[in-house]
Structures are given as C-alpha cells and as structure tokens.
Design a protein around this ligand. Structure first.
Ligand code: ATP
Length: 287
C-alpha cells in the first residue's frame, strides 16, 4: 500500500503572504528512506508536517488538493491516532520536549506511556535507546535544563523508543557534533535495515548519498524532482535548486566535462575509491 499520496497540494500558513507548498504531487512507498533536500525556506519542514498530518490540524492555513495517509483521507484521521502511526522528530527540539516530565528517562518513556506499553517493556525499550545514543549520564536530569544538542538527542530517542513503522525525521543532527551525529545516523541505518519507512530532511548531502533510496528536491515550495538517489544526485535539477552534490560526484562530473570520465559517476566515497583505483591501474598498464 502507498503510505502517503499527495495530489496537487498547495498550502499557505495563516497570515503568510506566499504559499509554503505549491502544486505538490508525491507518492511515498513503504520500506524506503526518502531524503528531502532544498534551500532554506523551500518547504521541507512544511512537507514533513503535511505527511505527519499536522496540517491543517495543528498548523492552520489554507490547504488545497488531496492528501491520503495510509489509504485514508487526511481529514478523516484522528490526530492522536495518526501520532501513534507516524513518529515525528521535529527540527526544533525545544518544540518536542514535553515540559511535563521531571527526568530525561521519563521524557523518553512518555510516548510509550501514552501508547499503554507495559512498564517492564517500557523500561527495556528506553534503556536500549539510551545506550544506543550514549545518554546514560542524562537520564536523571531535568529535560528543561538540557542544552540544544542534548534536547535533540532526547527528542530523537523518544521517537525511536516508540518504534513506529513510519518515521519522519527533520534535520536530526542540526545541533550535534560529528560524534553524536554519527550515533544518530547509526540508528537511522539500523531503522532502515529493519525495513522502516523513513522521510529524512538533512542538509549533509554526503549522508543522503549514503543512506537515501530516493530523494525529493524542493525549491520555493515545489517538488522539482523525486527519484532514485543516483539519478537525482547526478541530475542538473540539483543545480537549478541550488542543492550541492557530494564532492566525489562533483569531481567525477568535472572529469567527464574535461573529457576524462571515470567509468561511472560515484555518489559515495567508497564508490569513488573503487573507480579511481580502477583508473590508476589502467594508467599503470598504459605505461
Ligand atoms: N508556522 C509558520 N507560519 C508561517 N509561515 C511559516 C511557518 N513555518 C514555515 N513558514 C514559512 O513557510 C515557508 C517554508 O518553510 P519551511 O520551514 O517549510 O522550509 P524549510 O525548507 O524546512 O526551511 P529550513 O531549511 O530553513 O528549515 C517559509 O517561507 C517559511 O517562512
């Protein structure tokens, strides 16, 4: 079943002059990781809110077109039910922390508590995600006293603990250092291995090249391309949307333009290593 079907959707936030989404049509298939890329204010977070069903229930405004989530029209979904079906890691972790729990442990357990998960299972699931993200030193702390990066990890942990099959993740590492970002991406890799359906907004294009199955490119509220990660990262559409390519892809395209193409266009460092080694071996044989 198609997870999300969006047809000719436009959305203008209440009191905004310009639409945040214009004529967007998309189908999200299950079991894949969709990366969403585009300049600031191109509509990535608004698309996430739409897919998660927060528009127009939570974010008010004028919505046109049709949206079906898990086969049901958006207007027919109970917002609470939808929040159980789709995990959503907000871009701004300050929005996500509930403010009603006294410790990080309880905060991470809150979603599970709302789902009615038995206490022992709740403790086991929270402990596992705490270990995966290295949050042991924080579990007794008050969530309201955390730094931005700590909040971001806790917000991520609380959604991962809920173990939804469909997860929307909006810039999960914007406030994290490289080591913490790596832990977050390790978990995303694991979610992908476990067949979860994931929508991920992320500016780090090298990570997208490594993790995404498909990429959605946004520009000024429009989806200008949606396709297989390799097709998108080698397409001229990225230039039009001002989205950078992975460095290895840029280099390979420059070599191609200079009349010295590699045998394929790499999108990850690992692929580039293989292709460059192959080229060097070819040169060595030639002399
Ligand atoms: N709650 C809101 N009320 C009014 N306008 C909003 C709201 N949220 C976003 N917008 C506007 O909608 C447009 C799209 O914003 P959105 O946050 O979806 O873009 P984005 O691509 O996620 O940007 P960024 O990369 O900076 O997070 C922008 O012009 C933004 O100012």
């Amino acid at each position: 079943m198609v997870l999300v079907s969006i047809k000719n959707v436009g959305f203008t936030y209440a009191y905004a002059d310009e639409p945040a989404l214009s004529d967007v049509s998309l189908e999200i298939q299950p079991g894949l990781l969709y990366g969403v890329v585009g300049l600031n204010a191109s509509g990535k977070s608004t698309l996430c809110s739409l897919i998660r069903g927060l528009i127009p229930h939570f974010h008010e405004g004028a919505l046109t077109g049709t949206v079906e989530i898990l086969g049901t029209n958006l207007a027919d979904w109970d917002p609470a039910e939808l929040s159980r079906k789709i995990g959503y890691v907000f871009q701004n972790p300050f929005t996500q922390i509930s403010g009603v729990k006294d410790t990080v442990f309880e905060e991470i357990a809150l979603g599970l508590e709302n789902l009615g998960v038995p206490r022992e299972e709740m403790i086991s699931r929270v402990s596992q995600v705490v270990a995966e993200l290295g949050l042991e030193a924080l579990i007794e702390k008050n969530p309201n006293g955390l730094s931005g990066g700590q909040r971001q990890k806790v917000a991520f942990a609380s959604i991962i603990a809920m173990d939804a099959d469909f997860i929307v993740i909006d810039e999960p590492t914007s406030q994290l250092d490289p080591e913490a970002s790596e832990a977050v991406f390790e978990i995303i890799r694991d979610l992908k291995r476990r067949g979860k359906s994931i929508i991920l907004v992320e500016h780090k294009i090298d990570l997208m090249a490594e993790y995404a199955d498909r990429i959605i490119v946004m520009k000024q509220g429009r989806v200008v391309m949606e396709g297989d990660v390799r097709d998108v990262l080698t397409s001229p559409v990225l230039d039009e949307a001002d989205v950078p390519r992975p460095e290895v892809t840029e280099l390979a395209l420059a070599l191609e333009n200079a009349g010295r193409p590699l045998s394929a266009i790499p999108i990850t460092r690992a692929e580039a290593h293989v292709l460059v080694r192959e080229r060097l071996e070819g040169l060595a044989h030639a002399y």
